[in-house]
Design a protein around this ligand. Structure first.
Ligand code: V47
Ligand code: SF4
Length: 364
């Protein structure tokens, strides 16, 4: 890595630059130094060095579609504005024909990735999920089905009495090709107890993902930041993901998820700001040296900031989406979807080259 003469207003970044230049791995203390630094541009330039070494000026985008099949969920995490109890106002579940109508409504678009996730709804049998996958695959054979988080897969295992291996085997046979990165939240027992006590905790999330990767199914990884977690817990989270990736190599992309407090039981908290959002992307790019892609998820951080994030370590803007519910029910003011033209314009006007990709980052 060149550019040894890079200047920093924060001298604490110099040894980190030297480490990167000599190919050494950053550690916990480096992560904390990066997070604590007030030299945002310095941190961003370091992340950009790695980003440009990995993929030059390419910025990825996918034509995708989200299907949130139910918002009924037994977990009712404290930070979630999307979930409802059975029978509560705004509770919904798509039956198979609702889901099919939604997918058919966009058949004129060359969608490459269908992202299917939902709450844990006890009224749905395991066959529902298999039917959902089969239906999606039949309607859109050319698209990759990215479905169900580790939380859902673990729930299916408890629901059926099947092992996680068997559940994933059945889902795969029905059309699942990869899994999204949700449900990791912050991999900290303290945050687990306080914010998502009914949902699987850090150890189990990592365990399920280890098993899924072991079966050859790749996944993404996320971190929900900007609520009660400490910077130490964020850095530890990233290092836990990095350690698992050393073992399995199964993570494709990391997506930092900026907490949206509105309509949640944490509505007294302030939303994350641009500085924290950019720093989190940059620190992730620097610490996660073994995860190929970092997504700037425009739904959560706005299209304008996602554009800037391309020079702070991000190499992917996710996709067109069209109907996003989880963040919008928590007060997001961003659009619910963007056209390929709009996203390509954001990328080009930031000085990058838009690369339309499939779910596995192959150019299409
Ligand atoms: O797991 C819940 C988070 C996740 C809120 O893998 C919230 O490509 C912000 O995982 N404010 C779902 N976030 C989204 C997700 C995702 C999104 C885009 C791409 C990919 C991918 C994955 O959203 C949940 C939870 O961690 N979440 N409530 C909230 N109020
Ligand atoms: Fe359920 Fe997921 Fe919302 Fe938690 S974040 S309540 S698991 S839908």
């Amino acid at each position: 890595m060149k550019e040894i003469s890079m200047e920093f207003t924060d001298p604490a970044l110099l040894p980190i630059h030297e480490k990167l230049a000599s190919g050494r791995r950053l550690d916990f203390e480096d992560g904390m130094t990066l997070y604590r630094s007030d030299d945002l541009h310095g941190v961003g330039r370091l992340a950009n060095l790695v980003r440009e070494k990995n993929c030059g000026r390419d910025a990825y985008v996918v034509r995708n579609e989200h299907l949130n099949y139910t918002n009924i969920c037994i977990n009712r995490c404290v930070f979630c504005a999307f979930s409802r109890d059975q029978g509560e106002e705004q509770a919904y579940t798509f039956d198979l024909s609702d889901a099919e109508d939604r997918l058919r409504a966009r058949l004129h678009e060359p969608i490459r990735e269908i992202h299917i996730v939902g709450g844990l709804n006890p009224a749905l049998p395991f066959s529902y999920y298999l039917d959902l996958l089969r239906m999606a695959k039949e309607i859109r054979p050319e698209a990759t089905i990215k479905a169900f988080t580790a939380v859902e897969v673990e729930y299916f295992s408890r629901l059926t009495g099947l092992s996680v291996d068997e559940v994933v085997g059945a889902l795969r046979e029905a059309g699942l090709a990869m899994m999204p990165g949700g449900g990791a939240e912050v991999l900290s027992e303290r945050v687990h107890r306080k914010l998502y006590p009914k949902k699987i905790g850090p150890a189990r999330w990592l365990d399920v993902i280890r098993t899924v990767h072991g079966l050859g199914v790749p996944t993404n990884a996320t971190m929900l930041y900007g609520h009660i977690e400490s910077l130490e817990e964020r850095v530890q989270h990233l290092l836990k993901l990095r350690a698992l990736q050393d073992e399995t190599g199964g993570f494709i992309a990391f997506i930092p998820l900026a907490f949206h407090p509105e309509n949640t039981r944490l509505s007294h908290l302030k939303a994350t700001g641009g500085i924290d959002d950019l720093k989190t992307i940059a620190v992730a790019r620097l610490l996660l040296d073994n995860i190929p892609h970092i997504k700037a998820y425009w739904v959560m951080i706005t299209p304008s900031l996602a554009q800037v994030a391309l020079s702070f370590g991000a190499d992917d803007l996710d996709g067109t989406i069209v109907e996003e519910k989880i963040t919008h029910m928590a007060g997001a003011r961003t659009p619910t979807g963007m056209s390929m033209d709009e996203i390509s314009h954001l990328i080009r006007s930031a000085g990058y080259r838009p690369v339309e990709r499939d779910a596995f980052y192959n150019p299409v």
